[in-house]
Write a new protein. Structure first.
Length: 434
């Protein structure tokens, strides 16, 4: 009963939100020329119903998704709702009475505001009141169980809490559990509880996979492919990189002149720093950065390591120094904000790098990549990437490599968008920055 009330409450709140956006869009459209035929809310009500039905079709009210997966489904539902509304108006030959600019404005505002509104609603329902939180039982290996329970505890957007007694849903993490035991657990819980089975294989994002059904023999297969090695995906990613780079170019030039002035006034030396890195298919190129170190950095580091030998061990593990004495005052600011990597937009325009991708490795680091070497070097390195938004300096070299392999296997434009948004958050909050 509680879940039924929760779903009705969400649908009701979403309907009120859609109505509120209608009046906002109407007010904006009235102040844009040329004038348009006024639209009454009764005439536009069918659009609200189409949006709600689209969200129902995407399962937004049926399942409790992670914020990013739900955001994707909401935007997808709104896009198709927009196309359906335009098609209905055209087929009914009533589109002349509607402003297509208003309809476009309405759906644009809805898409932009919906995600913020959803976070607010979920915060009120789960974080503040906790009235509609679902109690979950987690079964599996200690490592995966702890990982999932930690996510349920910290990710309030899911609205779930671990409870091993009075539970509504059951999660089974299949690693280190025999197939017979998994079958037994499925038979035990599947008919009286909602059951979620976490696959044994964790380096594939099955949410984006296609499941094939072989009805005659009652078997299924999951289509698995390396997303970023597909030629069509590579072309789409390259075009997206060039579009973003050219769009950022005017802003880059403005910031560039300011940073040049600050670097020149802070220490002697050139503005740019070039370093040899290894790109796609093992081709070497020079990555561009703003200079963040003193000109005589080699001598400074040599003296520092003599006095602080523990830094050598730290570098071997993280490939960075804990307190690097070579960094200038403005250089520390540029590194903390990641502005030192801004000139890499030029590398993107030259086709050497992507906006999002694996880290561009130095030649001397290649041997440390081990079994991941050939796989990582199949794609262009990126200005930012999954490892930068998953801990940055707090991750070991091996952990970064595993994240980069996961990214290559499971790439999508939406994943790139999520990483870019998270990059902004990491930079602003200075998470894991040095």
């Amino acid at each position: 009963m509680k879940n039924f009330v929760y779903k009705l409450l969400l649908i009701f709140a979403d309907m009120l939100f859609l109505i509120a956006v209608f009046f906002i869009a109407l007010k904006i459209r009235e102040n844009i020329s040329p004038p348009f035929h006024p639209i009454h809310i009764k005439e536009f009500a069918f659009s609200f119903i189409i949006v709600i039905l689209s969200l129902c079709f995407e399962g937004v009210y049926k399942y409790r998704y992670d914020f990013w997966q739900e955001s994707f489904k909401i935007l997808k539902g709104l896009f198709f709702s927009y196309l359906i509304v335009l098609s209905i108006l055209t087929l009914m030959k009533t589109n002349m009475h509607y402003s297509r600019l208003f309809i476009t404005l309405y759906f644009f505002l809805t898409a932009f505001l919906f995600l913020f509104y959803k976070r607010l609603v979920k915060y009120l329902l789960f974080k503040m009141t906790g009235a509609f939180k679902q109690k979950v039982l987690v079964i599996g290996s200690k490592k995966q169980k702890n990982l999932l329970c930690k996510e349920l505890r910290e990710n309030w957007y899911l609205g779930m809490d671990y409870n091993d007694k009075n539970y509504e849903y059951v999660f089974i993490t299949s690693q280190n559990i025999g197939i017979d035991e998994i079958k037994r657990l499925i038979d035990k819980f599947a008919f009286n509880k909602k059951l979620f089975l976490i696959p044994y294989v964790t380096d594939i994002n099955f949410a984006n996979s296609t499941i094939m059904e072989y009805t005659n023999i009652r078997l299924n297969s999951i289509v698995v492919e390396n997303k970023l090695l597909n030629k069509t995906n590579v072309f789409i990613k390259n075009m997206t990189d060039y579009f973003i780079a050219f769009s950022l170019l005017p802003l880059f030039l403005i910031i560039h002149f300011i940073i040049c002035f600050l670097i020149k006034n802070d220490s002697k030396g050139s503005v740019f720093f070039k370093q040899k890195r290894i790109g796609k298919n093992g081709r070497a190129f020079y990555v561009y950065k703003y200079r963040t170190m003193y000109e005589d950095s080699g001598k400074i580091l040599e003296e520092y390591l003599k006095e602080n030998p523990f830094e050598i061990e730290y570098y071997d593990k993280y490939h960075k120094y804990k307190n690097d004495p070579r960094i200038t005052k403005i250089g520390k600011f540029l590194r903390t904000t990641s502005l030192d990597e801004l000139p890499q937009i030029l590398n993107v325009l030259k086709g050497e790098m992507s906006i999002v991708g694996p880290r561009p490795y130095m030649p001397e680091e290649l041997n440390k990549l081990g079994k991941y070497k050939d796989f990582i070097l199949k794609v262009k390195p990126g200005i930012t990437g999954l490892w930068q938004v998953s801990g940055r300096n707090n991750l070991t070299f091996a952990e970064r490599n595993r994240l980069e392999v996961w990214y290559i296997k499971n790439w999508s434009l939406w994943l790139d968008f999520v990483i870019l948004v998270k990059t902004v958050k990491v930079v602003l909050l200075k998470i894991g920055a040095k």
